[in-house]
Design a protein around this ligand. Structure first.
Ligand SMILES: [Zn+2]
Length: 138
């Protein structure tokens, strides 16, 4: 199967991903990888400094997260993440990134389960063998 997934298939990928708080916008299935274009569900952000909610979007950036492979295809989630403007005039934080859905750690380039699998693999197998095996399955 090559090309873009149909709307009915998004439901399948949503069920497969099990990442609450994410909306799938598009899925592109290639011969060796699956690319999932997604965004977070939250329409507002909560300032980490003053706690005030903001709907005022400053910018949007895209982070690529590697997930566990499916049917021998690498899976990448291209997640749009919003930055909000803190509207509290007394707050020192002017711009902040929205909280990420559970299962995705801050600054991470992998989903939590992909990181967990890589960590387990590293603990079980050390050195070159671990690196070699991780290239096969991650
Ligand atoms: Zn604030």
């Amino acid at each position: 199967m090559n090309g873009f997934a149909k709307n009915s298939e998004y439901c399948f990928f949503n069920t497969l991903l099990q990442l609450p708080g994410i909306i799938i916008n598009d899925v592109h299935v290639e011969e060796s990888r699956i690319i999932i274009m997604a965004q977070t569900k939250e329409k507002y952000g909560t300032c980490p400094l003053c706690g005030k909610r903001s709907h005022r979007i400053h910018s949007v950036y895209c982070r690529t997260l590697q997930d566990l492979p499916v049917c021998a295809r690498e899976v990448f989630i291209k997640l749009q993440i919003k930055k909000f403007v803190c509207t509290n005039p007394r707050c020192k934080k002017k711009v902040f990134s929205q909280r990420l859905p559970s299962g995705i750690r801050r600054y991470s380039r992998r989903t939590g389960r992909a990181e967990e699998q890589l960590t387990q693999l590293s603990l079980e197998v050390s050195g070159r063998k671990g690196s070699w095996i991780s290239k096969l399955i991650c």
